[in-house]
Design a protein around this ligand. Structure first.
Ligand SMILES: [Zn+2]
Length: 258
């Protein structure tokens, strides 16, 4: 029998065999299964289960054909492990929908995109090696990456909420914009029918965003904060005092990362 040099047999009597794809070792277990199954564990081990009748060479060919898939999974495991190691060292806190997350900065793999992901109680920023440092350029870069992610998170829910309350109140804004503002949570241009929502609302309890949306929609009826304005607030968002109190827990900041 001809064996490739990369193929290693360890304990030939044991039901566990090992094959290699480049630098990746795959543990092969013979089981009562119909097909060859491949999986990458959270520990970074690659395991395959295969029926007893399938020759090892065939399993090896199959595993080799799935190499890109294996590598993608291993990269994800590595990011997670790096994140877990980074958390607790230099992590600042970033709030997301009212919950605190520890910020972790990790190096993105060579073919990975820079991105932000929630991993348990950490907000993991995978960035190019040049952007992991503490210098001003790297920090500004991460600030921008975080803002882009926050905007995408807000954009996922904002149109639906505006449509929901707009339908109930019988008036919808002509345009809805998102901006990071330092002095107010939202604004309404009664002349153009445009409302602007502060990007920072993504850092607070979801009820805060709803309260601000309803507040700005009320301005489409009432320009000022008179009794009629608050009668509308009471009608369409009765828990506005609680939402407003939540917004006072943490003051508005110029940047998400400080
Ligand atoms: Zn107002």
């Amino acid at each position: 029998m001809k064996t490739k040099q990369s193929t290693k047999f360890i304990h030939s009597a044991s039901p566990v065999q090992h094959i290699s794809v480049g630098d990746i070792t795959v543990e092969v277990t013979r089981k009562r299964v119909k097909n060859v199954n491949l999986r990458v564990g959270a520990d970074g081990h690659v395991r395959a289960s295969a029926p007893a009748r399938v020759p090892l060479s065939e399993i090896e060919r199959f595993v080799a054909s799935r190499e890109p898939w294996i590598r993608a999974h291993l990269a994800r495991v590595a990011t997670r492990q790096q994140a877990e190691a980074a958390v607790g060292s230099a992590g600042s806190t970033v709030f997301h929908w009212g919950k605190p997350y520890t910020l972790a900065v990790v190096e993105a793999g060579p073919r990975e995109k820079e991105r932000v992901t929630v991993v348990g109680e950490a907000l993991v920023m995978s960035v190019r090696p040049a952007h992991t440092g503490d210098d001003e350029v790297a920090r500004a870069h991460r600030e921008k990456l975080l803002s882009t992610w926050q905007r995408a998170e807000l954009e996922q829910v904002l149109p639906g909420l505006v449509a929901h309350y707009g339908a109930r109140m019988g008036r919808t804004p002509r345009t809805v914009r998102i901006r990071r503002m330092t002095s107010r949570w939202g604004s309404c241009n009664t002349r153009t029918g445009a409302i602007t929502i502060n990007l920072a609302l993504v850092e607070y309890e979801p009820a805060c965003l709803e309260g601000v949306i309803v507040h700005e929609l009320c301005h489409l009826f009432e320009a000022n904060h008179g009794p009629r304005f608050y009668a509308l607030m009471d009608r369409y968002f009765p828990s506005w005092p609680e939402a407003r109190a939540q917004l006072k827990v943490r003051p508005l900041r110029r940047h998400a990362l400080t």
